[in-house]
Design a protein around this ligand. Structure first.
Ligand code: 6AU
Length: 491
């Protein structure tokens, strides 16, 4: 994953000269700090830029708030950028049609393209804005950041809007080098630079909608590259000392991040259904307990854990043998009665905690997902009948135990191999598939398929330590799953 590498080693990924220069100078100067200097006079801007200079990789300006702007300010800013070796980022947030932004970028009083190494743009007008700016910026080796997300409360730049920014940047890589955003959007080896405002060591907000997170949250947890700090630097106390503190915090978070051992990146996700997505295991337990009670037997956890996630014929045979019911009840009779009772109760099963949030998030971020259930298709239909929101997210990607491709039931790997294939997984490295399971036999099936497994066992289940050790994670509920730990887009 690109963000687990050093800035220098990422530089080669970029064809854009400003992006390469930035990544190299960050490691050389040991800083991922950008000072955002929102002051209104030329003198103040130059003084703060000179004080911050030794500590920063990028100086961010809002040139249109300077009341005494003149060409000499530009000359002096360029001289400071050379003296301290930082890049200049004019935070212009272009937002008009291609032809207009082209003129706003190149002309007028400020002639931004002539001195700012980096600028940024909203994508609200569509891709034409990037093409317009590129006509001016590319010949000058300039770089563009797209506003994918904003730090302010109630921002509308979320969901599909944010993902569209990623798509536009992908199509304009020579100029769009990254984003203004709150978290890394892509995973894998693809490399964009993320600059993140809304950073504060102490303050949480400013009363006008700004929201602050710490440098560690931004760089280590959310995988962003440059922290943009404004009032935290120049808003009180000693400017140079504030810079030193922010630089240290941002840099330590980066060092912590690149020390992380990369895990195989997950690209496809497979979900068991019973007891994992839905609370169906409750129904199984109730019904089988009621049947066994007639024979003076109890349905204990030792038996239940052997039956969970196994094809139903095999599970029934296990039950008859375990309870010594041969001659009293056949597997077929048990199944007939059980299935009738279950059919009445299944439609009332509900998604388990954290399930809807994760499945929706994966759907929204376009990660291929599939249900891989040992249940037969008719049972799946019953269980899903009143859960259209949850199963709608899967868009028909459902592999059932009676599908042709599933020859052997769990713990054989068949169902996970078939289900991965059905959603376009053709890689040789099955570690890129992540299986969610609650049943030991399902966990084993996932491991047998060579996949990573997250085990969310029923709290009553006694955990086999060997199986536990082979799982990527053992969680209490799906609420505890953090997608970013598997290289997936963070919540
Ligand atoms: O640290 P502050 O709150 O004093 O300053 C944050 C700076 C301001 C904003 O205009 C800018 O970052 N900003 C941006 C940028 C850089 O595009 C986007 C955003 O979402 N939030 C934000 O504060 O100069």
């Amino acid at each position: 994953m690109s963000h687990l590498k050093s800035y220098t080693s990422r530089a080669a990924q970029h064809s854009n000269p400003s992006a390469r220069h930035l990544l190299e100078l960050m490691d050389r100067k040991k800083t991922n700090l950008s000072a955002s200097v929102d002051v209104t006079t030329k003198a103040e801007l130059l003084r703060i830029a000179d004080e911050c200079g030794p500590y920063i990789c990028v100086l961010k300006t809002h040139i249109d708030i300077i009341s005494d702007f003149d060409d000499d300010l530009v000359t002096q800013l360029i001289a400071l950028a050379e003296k301290h070796e930082f890049l200049i980022f004019e935070d212009r947030k272009f937002a008009d049609i291609g032809n207009t932004v082209k003129l706003q970028y190149s002309s007028g009083v400020h002639k931004i393209a002539s001195w700012a190494h980096i600028t940024n743009a909203h994508i609200i007008p569509g891709e034409g804005i990037v093409h317009g700016l590129a006509e001016v910026g590319v010949p000058l080796n300039r770089a563009l950041l797209l506003l994918a997300e904003m730090s302010s409360a109630g921002s509308l730049a979320t969901g599909n809007y944010t993902l569209t920014a990623l798509d536009i940047a992908r199509r304009n890589r020579n100029f769009c080098v990254g984003f203004i955003g709150q978290r890394r959007l892509e995973n894998g080896e693809e490399d964009f630079i993320y600059m993140t405002p809304g950073v504060g060591l102490v303050a949480k907000g400013d009363g006008l909608g700004q929201q602050y997170r710490t440098p560690r949250q931004v760089v280590f947890e959310s995988g962003c590259d440059v922290i943009i700090v404004g009032r935290g630097i120049y808003g009180g106390g000693n400017t140079a000392e504030n810079c030193r503190l922010y630089r240290e915090a941002g840099w330590n978070a980066y060092l912590e991040r690149i020390a992380v051992k990369p895990k195989p990146i997950v690209t496809h996700i497979l979900f068991d259904m019973d007891g994992l997505l839905l609370d169906t295991e409750r129904v199984y337990s109730e019904v089988t307990s009621e049947i066994l009670a007639r024979y003076g037997k109890t349905f204990d956890w030792a038996l239940k854990s052997q039956m969970m996630g196994v094809k139903e014929g095999e599970a029934a045979a296990k039950l008859i043998e375990y309870c010594g019911l041969e001659g009293k009840l056949t597997a077929e009779e048990y199944l007939r009665e059980r299935n009738a009772m279950q059919s009445e109760r299944f439609p009332f099963c509900v998604p388990l905690p954290g399930v809807l949030r994760l499945v929706k998030h994966l759907k929204d971020t376009r990660i291929p997902i599939c249900v891989a259930t040992s249940s037969h298709r008719h049972a799946f239909d019953l269980k899903s009948s009143k859960n259209s929101e949850l199963f709608g997210y899967f868009e028909g990607n459902i592999t059932c135990g009676d599908d042709k491709a599933v020859v052997k039931g769990k713990p054989a790997p068949d169902i996970f191999l078939a289900s991965a294939k059905s959603i376009g997984f053709h890689d040789a490295d099955f570690q890129k598939c992540l299986v969610f399971e609650d049943a030991p036999s399902g966990v084993l099936a996932g491991l047998n398929a060579g996949m990573q497994v997250v085990w969310i066992p029923d709290p009553n289940l006694e955990l086999d330590p060997v199986l536990t050790a082979q799982c990527a994670k053992v969680l209490r509920t799906m609420e505890d799953f953090d997608p970013s730990e598997f290289g997936l887009p963070a919540f």
